[in-house]
Ligand binder design. Structure first.
Ligand code: PBG
Length: 329
């Protein structure tokens, strides 16, 4: 009780603050999302994601070497697929020589010890921009899961360490796990996007991959029948528990900042590593406000990343990974 207890003693200078600090960001916290495109010599800035790029395979090689030298050890791969290769079933996703499969090999060639995770969902490959197959105005569950399981095997075959299903179809973790086991990929991990909300914060990402749901008759314009309602809490726990029971090694909450209550609840509930995805819209907001001089970019970035970790994230997927590591020095 005051004056016996004066909490300000523990804040009185930087040395004591450092000594009692509970949460420290380090390079090993990060999973770095990378966007890959066809072509050569390409490094295109994504307009709604300043200082973030789509890379062709040659530049991907350079990028992962740079990440490795900075102490960043894990990447999460996404591909931008040309329109002429898109269809409703996402057939191109299974192409052994497709862009994702080549990207996995490229990273492993450049940096054999870099941990490679791959996005598993149909949206970059779908002519409708959906994470599953569309029929009669619906996103089919079980038919989509079959493709996702084959896609996962194809990524494992190309050398992926982890597959990261981001589609939110029911039962996909079990099907993927069984398919990997059947094909002998016993050590390929699954990072499940377990509590993935239907969020407006994915906008810039859909610009980056040109993967937004299309606006045509009889195709849902949003992902609300599979991604979760952001008003809900209980189903986040339920979805996460189901994914663990089905064989997920790591579970994820997405987006980050608006969902840290969910992160903490899940962290308290489960005993597998919890990843948090600080998504494209979160990145864009900080960049935009900083460009206008309205916020201090570096200070806000570190505050947000620290808050994500404090909430319970063991892994942070973030477009700020490089910026943050540079700042850590
Ligand atoms: C695709 C996928 C999305 C993101 C990751 N994987 C977009 C979506 O579900 O529409 C979003 C990532 C971001 O916004 O940074 N299934």
């Amino acid at each position: 009780m005051y004056p016996l207890i004066r909490p300000r003693r523990l804040r009185s200078n930087e040395a004591i603050r450092t000594l009692v600090r509970e949460t420290i960001i380090s390079p090993s916290d990060f999973l770095v999302p990378l966007f890959v495109v066809e072509g050569k010599g390409i490094k295109e800035e994504i307009p709604s994601m300043p200082n973030y790029y789509r890379l062709s395979l040659d530049n991907l090689t350079k990028e992962v070497k740079e990440l490795w030298n900075m102490g960043l050890r894990s990447v999460l791969l996404f591909v931008k697929v040309p329109d002429n290769l898109k269809d409703n079933k996402g057939s191109e996703a299974l192409n052994e020589n497709g862009l994702m499969q080549l990207a996995i090999k490229t990273v492993k060639n450049a940096c054999p010890e870099m941990l490679v995770m791959t996005d598993v969902a149909l949206d970059p490959y779908s002519s409708y921009g959906h994470d599953g197959i569309v029929a009669d105005g619906e996103i089919l569950n079980d038919e989509s899961v079959e493709v996702l399981a084959e896609m996962s095997v194809s990524h494992a075959n190309a050398g992926a360490d982890f597959v990261a299903p981001s589609d939110m179809m029911d039962g996909r973790i079990l099907s993927i796990r069984e398919a990997l086991e059947d094909e002998g990929y016993l050590n390929t991990g699954i990072m499940a996007y377990s509590a993935k909300y239907a969020s407006a914060f994915y906008g810039p990402f859909r610009d980056a991959l040109d993967s937004a749901p299309v606006d045509i008759k009889n195709v849902p314009k949003d992902k609300n029948t599979y991604q979760m309602d952001f008003a809900n809490r209980f189903e986040a726990i339920r979805e996460t528990q189901m994914d663990i029971d089905e064989g997920a090694d790591i579970v994820m909450v997405k987006p980050g900042l608006c969902y840290l209550d969910i992160v903490r609840e899940i962290k308290n509930e489960v005993d597998v590593p919890v990843a948090v995805y600080q998504v494209s819209g979160e990145y864009a907001m900080v960049k935009a406000a900083a460009e206008k001089g309205w916020l201090d970019h570096d200070a806000v970035m570190m505050e947000q990343l620290t808050a994500i970790k404090r909430a319970g994230a063991n892994i942070i997927a973030s477009y700020f990974a490089k910026d943050a590591v540079k700042l850590l020095g």
